[in-house]
Design a protein around this ligand. Structure first.
Ligand SMILES: Cc1cc2nc3c(=O)[nH]c(=O)nc-3n(C[C@H](O)[C@H](O)[C@H](O)COP(=O)(O)O)c2cc1C
Length: 220
């Protein structure tokens, strides 16, 4: 009941935003089609990439959110290859959650939809620095390196984690570059707060929360 209510609220909220979303009957929130062009030359975006730690109060448009999520953990075309390179051609070994005042959602890159997780706004809990909670949304990175083990059960965890974190670095940079290209503000946060709030994501025992990225518009 709560889930249905939150989804309804979210879809109404997003309905009023540029690039409106639609809630499906299975509880998934469809994101707008990914933009064809960023509007900024790649090298220009590389030059402009920066960490910004102050956010305007303006809500993030669903188009900008969807485009940033796609760059972080999406699929190039439906049924196609992942945007981010992954070791051993596995499916992604990390997941990206989105939290904000409308609740917490899991990004499903294969379908380019947001899946409802719970109604909690976790922005103030995920990190140790206060500015993180001032962004309209925060991306939460959770990894699970186990699929990389393959048939070799003896592979040490640090070896698996190298591969996971390299993919995550690519994802983080994609979010930074999307932000630079679209006039957004973001900052990778390694100083995370692994508190009780993590239980609300129903993580597996071997899931690892390791980073966050607040995302919004810069202050004028
Ligand atoms: C692995 C990693 C962890 C980081 N953790 C934090 C953090 O916890 N808090 C923060 O404000 N910035 C963090 N940053 C952002 C760096 O401070 C920032 O990238 C660096 O100062 C260079 O500035 P620039 O990104 O504007 O070029 C992190 C960056 C990386 C790559």
């Amino acid at each position: 009941m709560m889930k249905a209510f939150s989804l309804l609220l979210l879809s109404l909220f997003f309905w009023m935003m540029p690039g409106a979303a639609s809630a499906q009957s299975d509880g998934k929130l469809e994101l707008p089609a990914v933009s064809e062009l960023s509007g900024t030359d790649l090298f220009e975006a590389v030059r402009q990439r920066q960490s910004l730690r102050a956010f305007s109060e303006k809500e993030l448009s669903l188009q900008d959110l969807g485009d940033a999520l796609w760059a972080a953990a999406g699929v190039k075309t439906p049924g196609g290859k992942w945007v981010i390179p992954f070791a051993r051609r596995t499916d992604p070994t990390f997941r990206v959650y989105v939290t904000g005042k409308e609740g917490t959602y899991l990004y499903n890159g294969a379908e380019h939809v947001l899946e409802f997780v719970n109604e909690r706004d976790l922005r103030a809990a995920v990190a140790l620095q206060d500015f993180v909670a001032e962004a309209p949304v925060v991306l939460i990175y959770v990894a699970n390196p186990e699929p990389l083990r393959g048939k070799d059960a003896s592979r040490p965890l640090p070896e698996l984690l190298y591969s996971v974190y390299l993919s995550c670095g690519a994802s983080m940079q994609d979010v930074y570059l999307t932000a630079a290209a679209r006039g957004l503000a973001t900052c990778y946060i390694g100083s995370i707060n692994s508190g009780e709030w993590l239980k609300s994501l129903n993580l597996a025992e071997d899931d690892i929360y390791f980073g966050a990225m607040p995302l919004g518009y810069p202050v004028e």
